[in-house]
Design a protein around this ligand. Structure first.
Ligand SMILES: CC(C)(COP(=O)(O)OP(=O)(O)OC[C@H]1O[C@@H](n2cnc3c(N)ncnc32)[C@H](O)[C@@H]1OP(=O)(O)O)[C@@H](O)C(=O)NCCC(=O)NCCS
Length: 220
């Protein structure tokens, strides 16, 4: 799409393609969320969006995607990529940057449909956006967080080489929650880089991330 080049961005790993969802993938994401993202007695998210009434959840999944794009600026962007596996969107891997051109730090958040979990796909999709961040965009740091009891998210984070980076506390559904914070620097990423990722369609998107690309493809 000429005026929104991010629709041409593709990240490909051995089993996944990550791309911005169109109408077909948005419906699939809503259906996946309705099938379940986590056990009903757990809440892994800081914003408990999966607690929405069933008749509203699908529409909210769709609207959240549009909201991220509608509010996008080069100084504060959220890239909510659909995770496509065997032709269907089965989850979301988001990458966020605030003042990225100056700070060179990204953060991330993600979810996969329950039935697709524990097969290494969570690791593969996070590795894909780390490749985009460090190789494609020239990031120096990537951060993430997981609730203290979220062993799956911490498992992905550990496998990819992040280091502990403190704890934050907040209220989720009126309960106190500890979020463990993690950070990955460039050297840590290079030491744990193991998922082959192909990036397609990035150069026309660089200004949207607050970057300018020179002819060699390097970003400033
Ligand atoms: C977090 C999430 C994306 C991880 O994806 P996944 O495909 O299940 O994770 P992987 O299969 O790549 O597993 C990565 C590591 O975590 C471990 N792991 C995964 N699920 C686990 C669980 N429920 N309990 C303990 N360890 C777990 C795996 O064993 C693996 O570690 P290993 O390589 O040392 O064996 C997925 O579980 C999910 O969507 N959860 C619900 C939403 C959520 O928690 N989002 C993150 C909010 S911060």
């Amino acid at each position: 799409m000429k005026h929104w080049p991010l629709f041409g961005l593709r990240l490909r790993t051995p089993r996944l393609e990550l791309r911005l969802p169109g109408p077909k993938e948005l419906d699939e994401l809503a259906d996946t969320a309705l099938d379940g993202v986590h056990p009903s007695d757990e809440m892994p998210f800081a914003t408990p969006w999966t607690h929405a009434p069933r008749e509203e959840l699908g529409g909210r999944v769709v609207q959240w995607q549009w909201k991220m794009l509608a509010e996008w600026t080069p100084e504060n962007w959220h890239l909510p990529l659909a995770v496509v596996h065997e032709g269907r969107a089965i989850g979301v891997q988001e990458l966020h940057g605030r003042d990225f051109a100056v700070v060179r730090e990204v953060s991330s958040g993600s979810w996969l449909g329950l039935r697709h979990q524990r097969r290494g796909l969570g690791t593969e999709m996070r590795a894909a956006v780390l490749e985009l961040a460090f190789t494609g965009l020239g990031a120096r740091f990537a951060t993430t967080g997981a609730h203290a009891g979220n062993l799956a998210s911490q498992g992905v984070t550990r496998r990819l080489g992040y280091r502990p980076n403190g704890v934050t506390r907040s209220a989720v559904l009126d309960r106190p929650v500890e979020e463990l914070r993690f950070v990955l620097d460039r050297d840590g990423w290079l030491a744990h880089r193991r998922v082959e990722t192909e990036i397609e369609g990035l150069p026309p998107c660089l200004p949207r991330f607050g970057l300018t690309g020179d002819a060699s493809g390097r970003n400033r």
